[in-house]
Unconditional design. Sequence first.
Length: 678
Amino acid sequence: SPVDTGSLTSEQVLLVTKLARPPVGADLVPRPRLVNQLQPGIQRPLTLIAAPAGFGKTTLLSTWLERAPLRSAWVSLEQDDDDLTRFWSYMFTALERIHPGGGAAALALLQASTLSPPPPIEIVLTAWINGLATLPHEIALVLDDYHVITAPAIHRSVTYLVDHLPHQLHLVIATRADPPLPLARLRTHGHLTEIRAADLRFTSEETTAFLTRTLDLHLSDEDIAALEARTEGWIAGLRLAALSMRGRQDIPAFLKAFTGSQRYIIDYLTEEVLARQPETVQTFLLQTAILERLQGSLCEAVIGEHGGETNGQEMLEQLEQANLFLIPLDDERRWYRYHQLFAEALRHRLQRKHPTLVPELHRRASAWYEQQGLTHDAVYHALAATDFAQAAHLIEQAFNALVRRGEIATLQRWAAALPDELVRSNIELAVLQGWLLFVSGKHDAALRHLEDIERTFGINPVSDEPGEQETMPGGTESQAEIKGRIAAIRASIAVTQGDIPRTIALSRLALEHLPKENISRAYAAWYLGRAYWLSGDVKAASIALAEASHVSWEVDHLYVVFMVTHDLAHVQKLQGQLHLADQTYRQALQQAKERGGDLPAIGPAYVGRGNLEYEWNHLDTATSLLQEGIKLCERTGNGRAILQAHMTLAFIKQAQGDTSEASAIMQQVIQISERQHL
């Protein structure tokens, strides 16, 4: 496959090229003064490099990290990463790549919840930070192009990370604009290293070296001084000016006309650069400018018949050799991107010269990404092409995967980009919108929306008894399944509101109508068991939770499996069936081990078994199980299970006559309770 992807799970497909540190070119101008400014960052939590585009932020970081005495994890951010779950999925995956075990547990917790609100991001980060506190070496986590992030929840979570960083981890942010982080406080406490545009501007010596060594352009001292004065050390401006000067005889005259703002310079010089290229190169540059990343076969698919016999990979290599603002994204030279300002100028020219071609180019890109299984990019280009039918099709296909991963903000952003009439006329999108309203906390709006769906599509209200299973007119699902999905959303709202009778009725209806493979069944079955338990019907709760466990395993939803396991074993203990509860824990643990992988979610099962062994006076076995449970629960931030385990350990120490240790553990219990407000 021409696409290089990486993943931690079968459903979590992330682009490896976004996690690769851009390579340093052989023609790089050494900048030791800036590298020396970065060195103190190793001793401080945050390093911020803030400057407009084209000032060499990424190049500086790559150069520093190539020589720095610490490992680095790199994430190149894009607009699609403005989603709390997706953003942190990339962070955790980046750490996992350089330190196995450093991100998998946090990623599993982050993506654990689907139909119910996810755990607070602070809990996920606490579990992650606790794990990183044992790192044997220092790591720099680099977030490049952070200016694309606008979600307040992400900014708050990054602030939380900076405030609680273990000493082994250093955060480095490169951005065009200052992020909304507490920079003044960090600066006051000496926790911030800053490099600004004034630092990044080329000095006279660096300008001379850049023009002669890198661009092979030999100018007089006067011409270099004039160029430096007009560009003010702006690296992108220097490169553009140098490319435009090649072949010119009257350099002083050109430099005299070379004035204006960065925007003016970009527009003016790009015209100069493009005009000097062969027609085939101009066509390639303009039509591939719609792409955030470039790859040979992708470029060929976008250009189509307009490219003739153009070989995409050969053309990219040719452009790189010609220094036409092409930046490699991997060592194999398979993925590239245009310099951001150059790409903006190309897109501006494309829109002006061929406005009707732009949507078609985006459609071709969307089709290529869909074939490669890269849904985010496929949806982005479908929306850019205003091909809303194709975007809706892709969103429907991606729904379950994104819900499992918790990328709710992405679904919300996509749904908001679709025309209202399309959403209202498409049963799949309409139900998706109802679910998105629920997870956004807009319960009343969600209920009104579900009523609209029932009226629009002629569905009997879910409060009615199930009738005949008839096919939806013009639809792809049976009316029964649609009713099941609506019932599951209503049950989610009911359990959130504490309406036990309605939760029971709706959960039953959802289970009756939903097909075996639908992930909503896991939650509906769990809600039913919990509702019986809360209503005081322990026997019915035991039966329902046992069925919920079976259903959760069927749909392979491990998060719900262990939540159900905890509730079921607790109900069994209330019934005095301690050995049956132990069997419930053992079976769940055995099945989890057979599935393989790193499963920190099983921590509460160890705690539950440890409590039972304590009841049977098997104190050594209980201690071992509880300690293992605490270790796993710390990775998921399960404060209640940790608290319960410590209390039992205190009782064990007391029973063994070690009162001082029992007292010390109880002090820990108090501290945990106060810290987590339990």
